[in-house]
Design a protein around this ligand. Structure first.
Ligand code: UD1
Ligand code: MG
Length: 412
């Protein structure tokens, strides 16, 4: 049944792709009329582009998944109602069924909150809160349904802690934080045409490849099937969006898409029990987040937009900058910029009046510091290339690493 469920899921996804491709251009006027647009900042005439298309993609994804709900269950003998009791037989996988519904509820909630963010332009504080709220359905169902908060210990720690440790409430905190990280990490590696969708496509593709490898090896079959049920339609709908969002963008995805994508990854990582492997696929986002921390936590001034600066003459992207006096920074802020400067990972220019000008701390700007000004399309391609390399590296180290750290094949 499971192989046919994956095949039906694939067929629904192909349909979703074609429907999305047809829908996107037709809805442009509607978005512009509703004033849901943003300026394409890296173009000569800064055209208005319809924004928040994530809400369309999210809806097509949800409809596809709603149609898919009965497929893994309904054709099973266990799904038939018991003639005597009137209920489902105990062999019916109630837990799996409710997990699927709860996962969809969390993603649905995230799309709704993401769209609210796009319309209301929320502050950073609230942006961190939204994914936490959206994970609640998932965490509550997990609590009632499964409530396993035990983690396997790596070999070197087993002498102290034993094979596994029950970490209780911290497990829930970890799951909530994973959703906050996945959603925001995609949202802050953004600002040039196609990057939000491009990185999400590569992460989704990597998860799909990983799921198929695990299925082939016969590891945790149900978890990886569950992940595929979500990732295949996600990939298909995102691919349709990519057609219109890549350089030169005809539509923007908005925070709705970044949240929707991050939440979908968090859900499959959590319920598929491979959150640590998932994080391996987020390597560029982790690097971008770590590099960004001085600005995200306001140790260094952070402008509203950190995307690169467009030079109309050469049609190339240059680094965007932030300015400060060393004396204005806290001691921790000073230490951070001194270390980053010593590591030569930021540009550094001292003005005559003592002000320091450095690039904004994002991976896109770092790329420009290293390679000099490049065209917007090339910058997206380079970052996507880096994402692919990181995924290959992740897959390459995943198996030897798991065997090295964990005696048995565990869910990592
Ligand atoms: C995040 C980043 C911000 C970056 C922005 C770009 C942090 C803390 N925040 O903010 O630095 O500038 O994303 O998305 O790192 N845009 C383009 N070209 C594109 C995509 C977006 O010009 O290819 C511009 C458009 O004007 C669009 C706007 O960015 O309207 C969207 O920004 P928004 O998603 O609201 O920014 P944040 O997610 O808050
Ligand atoms: Mg955004």
């Amino acid at each position: 049944m499971s192989t046919s469920a994956i095949a039906i899921n694939g067929a629904i996804s192909v349909g979703a792709y074609f429907i999305t491709v047809r829908m996107i251009p037709r809805l442009r006027e509607m978005f512009i009329k509703a004033n849901l647009c943003g300026k394409d900042l890296c173009k000569r005439d800064k055209p208005q582009v319809p924004e928040s298309y994530g809400v369309i993609i999210g809806c097509v994804f949800l409809i596809s998944m709603f149609l898919f709900i009965p497929i893994p269950f309904a054709f099973d003998e266990d799904a038939a109602t018991d003639a005597v009791t009137g209920g489902k037989p105990i062999t019916f996988p109630h837990d799996k069924f409710v997990e699927l519904i709860a996962a969809l509820l969390s993603i649905c909630c995230m799309i709704f909150l993401g769209f609210a963010d796009d319309v209301l332009d929320l502050r950073w504080r609230n942006k961190l809160l939204l994914p936490t709220i959206a994970t609640l359905p998932l965490l509550m169902v997990y609590y009632v349904n499964y409530n396993s908060t035990t983690v396997m210990m790596p070999n070197f720690a087993r002498g102290f802690f034993g094979t596994s440790v029950n970490i209780g409430i911290f497990y829930y905190i970890f799951m909530g934080k994973l959703a906050v990280f996945c959603t925001n990490a995609i949202n802050i590696l953004a600002g040039i045409n196609g990057l939000e969708v491009g990185q999400s496509l590569i992460i989704a593709g990597s998860v799909i490849v990983f799921n198929f490898i695990e299925l082939f090896l016969g590891h945790q079959v149900e978890s990886h099937q569950f992940s595929l049920y979500f990732m295949i339609p996600f990939f298909a709908t995102s691919l349709a969006l990519w057609k219109f969002n890549r350089y030169p963008s005809q539509v923007f995805v908005g925070d709705t898409y970044c949240y929707f994508a991050g939440m979908s990854f968090a859900v499959v990582g959590i319920l598929g029990h491979f959150s640590k492997t998932l994080l391996l696929f987020f390597l560029p986002q982790i690097l971008n987040f770590l590099y960004s921390t001085p600005q995200l936590f306001h140790f260094v001034p952070c402008p509203r937009h950190r995307l690169p600066k467009y030079d109309a003459k050469s049609d190339l992207l240059h680094i965007s900058t932030t300015e400060f006096r060393m004396s204005e920074l806290s001691s921790l802020g000073r230490l951070m910029v001194i270390v980053l400067r010593a590591l030569r990972v930021i540009s550094w220019q001292e003005q005559a009046d003592g002000r320091v000008v450095t690039n904004n701390f994002t991976l896109i700007n770092f790329l420009l510091v290293v390679f000099g000004p490049v065209h917007e399309r090339v910058a997206t391609e380079m970052l996507m290339g880096f994402q692919v390399l990181c995924s290959l590296l992740a897959l390459f180290i995943r198996y030897p690493l798991a065997n090295f750290f964990y005696a048995t094949q565990s869910s990592i």
